[in-house]
Design a protein around this ligand. Structure first.
Ligand code: IPM
Ligand code: MN
Length: 352
């Protein structure tokens, strides 16, 4: 198979971790007789520096004319403490999500047997954790009308959802639940928010189409608590954009390092695969960032974008082997010898 993949390395540690995912993907392609055509494109702070905008038209064209997108990270500290900045790297990511219609963000949280004791949570709490968040990605407070009034003294961000938006996300949730343990949790704040009441009402109306799926409805504050108390009690969780942003960062630490969790953003036109972690500016250029989340995102890409399950399984297997053998970056080495970002990538590519 010939795979045409847009490569958006982005900012911070993005280029370093993406380079390792490319090494590993190329090794997989050789092993399974595929060819990969990588199409690099600019996004984020680096795109602002070079073109003035965070998501240039040329990048959009490349994303539309490839089969899938592999994405690194976005963000630069020079924008973080400048609330008056007119152009920000994150706008590029949001624009890309919206324009490519990437409405369903799949963020799994699972544990690795060899890393159970690296988690900040106790072993008996997290053993068996294997859950997936489906975060709505192109609506809600991120995209509602925002602004200032009263001469700048009042600010507002509107949270808006249509039934259609809720339905298409929930449909993915029900389908995913059917392929897993048939348990679905709708996370909302229906005791306070009107948008949450629309979510709940819409999901309730869909229950009859999936009689085998057991659906629960929980408030987001309670989920935030239960997620660290009994993460293994959850399976598929669906939620709106901002709740999903917050809860998936919380969930990502369960596995032991934020540098481990991959994600997929699915849409009608294309799909995008990226690590959950951000641009980690403090580590940029030091060859210390953990590349596994990006490499596991490439595994999701093989499976979800091309249906290449064996290829994905081979990547996951070699990642597990590297963890078991201690071929790990400093976030996981605990005083033992740490490997560099590119050394981990080399080891994985060589051993595939
Ligand atoms: C994420 C990030 C983004 C978000 C930022 C960078 C805009 O935190 O992908 O979770 O809030 O969606
Ligand atoms: Mn986030």
């Amino acid at each position: 198979m010939n795979l045409k993949i847009a490569l958006l390395a982005g900012d911070g540690i993005g280029p370093e971790v993406i380079a390792q995912a490319v090494k590993v993907s190329d090794a997989i392609a050789t092993k399974f007789n595929h060819t990969i055509e990588w199409k690099p494109a600019l996004i984020g702070a680096i795109a602002i520096d070079e073109t003035g905008v965070p998501y240039p038209d040329e990048t959009h064209e490349i994303c539309l004319n490839t089969d899938a997108i592999l994405f690194g990270a976005i963000g630069h500290p020079k924008y973080d403490n400048d609330p008056s900045a007119k152009v920000r790297p994150e706008q590029g990511l949001l624009k890309m999500r919206k324009e490519l219609g990437l409405f369903a963000n799949v963020r799994p949280t699972f544990t690795f047997p060899s890393l159970i004791d690296k988690s900040p949570l106790k072993r008996e709490r997290i053993e068996g954790t294997d859950l997936v968040f489906l975060r709505e990605l192109t609506g809600g407070i991120y995209f509602g009308e925002k602004g200032r009034r009263d001469g700048g003294e009042t600010a507002y961000d509107n949270c808006v959802y249509t039934r259609h938006e809720v339905k298409r996300l929930a449909k993915k949730g029900f389908e995913l639940a059917m392929n897993r343990s048939k348990k679905l949790c709708c996370v909302d704040k229906a005791n306070v928010l009107e948008t949450s009441r629309l979510w709940r009402e819409t999901v309730q109306s869909m229950e009859k189409d999936y009689p085998e799926v057991e659906v629960s409805y929980e408030f987001v504050d309670a989920v935030a608590m239960r997620l660290v108390q009994w993460p293994s009690s959850y399976d598929v969780l669906i939620t709106e954009n901002l709740f999903g942003d917050i809860l998936t960062d919380e969930a990502s630490v369960i596995s032991g390092s934020m540098g481990l969790m991959p994600s997929a953003s699915l849409g009608e036109k294309t799909s995008l695969f990226e690590p959950i972690h951000g641009s980690y500016p403090q580590a940029t250029g030091k060859n210390i960032a953990n590349p596994l989340a990006t490499i596991l995102s490439a595994a999701m890409l093989f499976e979800d974008a091309f249906g290449l399950k064996d290829e994905a399984t081979a990547i996951r297997a070699i990642v597990n082997k590297s963890l078991a053998e201690g071929i790990v970056t400093e976030d996981l080495s605990e005083g033992e010898q740490a490997y560099g970002t590119s050394e981990v990538g080399d080891w994985l590519a060589k051993n595939i």
